[in-house]
Design a protein. Structure first.
Length: 240
């Protein structure tokens, strides 16, 4: 699985995202709105909403913003709606790029995604061209600093919680689950007292591609251009 590379990528993104936190909150508000509108405002009976709320809180989104989006969904009529569309493409060295969007204007989003990829050194692919290279997984990260737990103990906790796989480094434990098991595994680990540094549903590449420094800069330019678009929710790549 993506393992340590995923954690390094998460850490690398956090610094850059601090500078555009307002845009991130705007995107999260849209996701909360859609989840609450489709499944109701109560996260205890709406798993999709609960996952989005976890994502929002991990991004330190203010509770006022969260509640505003939920209230807006509860009061919404039929006028405002968004479509979830996935775009696929290639970066340097054939790296797969998977772009999840939430949009109220498909033509605008398609054009923006195409420009972000094609004009920055990549190429937009057809539907199905790279999606098969990724698996949908639950992902949890527990930082090891200050944690007096060895790998065997953590593996036992993961297996008892229903987790699928554990990868560890000196810095972090990374846990992977089936998507349907993710909420139960998360809750079980938190009940044991573990503090989760990251908990999300994600797309994990089946194979990782090594990039040179120059190729990595090209990919970073593409990913940054995509993430700067208001309609783009998440960007996944197969870069190591």
């Amino acid at each position: 699985m993506a393992g340590h590379s995923k954690w390094n990528n998460i850490k690398g993104r956090k610094g850059a995202q601090d500078a555009k936190r307002g845009k991130i909150f705007q995107k999260l508000s849209r996701e909360i709105y859609m989840a609450a509108k489709s499944g109701g405002p109560d996260p205890s009976t709406n798993p999709s909403l609960r996952m989005v709320l976890d994502k929002a809180r991990s991004a330190n989104m203010p509770n006022d913003n969260i509640q505003r989006a939920i209230k807006k969904a509860s009061a919404a009529g039929e006028g405002e709606n968004y479509d979830e569309i996935v775009y696929e493409g290639y970066g340097p060295a054939g790296v797969a790029i998977l772009v999840h969007t939430l949009t109220d204007n498909k033509n605008r989003t398609a054009t923006n995604v195409r420009v972000a990829i094609n004009k920055n050194g990549g190429s937009l692919g057809e539907t199905g061209s790279v999606a098969y290279m990724f698996d949908r997984k639950g992902y949890l990260a527990i930082e090891r600093e200050g944690l007096d737990v060895d790998e065997d103990t953590m593996m036992m906790s993961v297996l008892e919680a229903g987790g699928e796989d554990l990868e560890s480094s000196d810095e972090v434990f990374e846990i992977f689950t089936e998507p349907t098991d993710f909420p139960d595994v998360r809750d079980a680990l938190e009940a044991e007292g573990y503090v989760l540094a990251q908990a999300e549903l994600t797309m994990v590449p089946q194979t990782l591609i090594e990039l040179s420094e120059e190729q990595r800069e090209v990919l970073e330019t593409i990913v940054t251009a995509l993430e700067d678009d208001d309609d783009v929710s998440e960007v996944f790549t197969s870069a190591s």
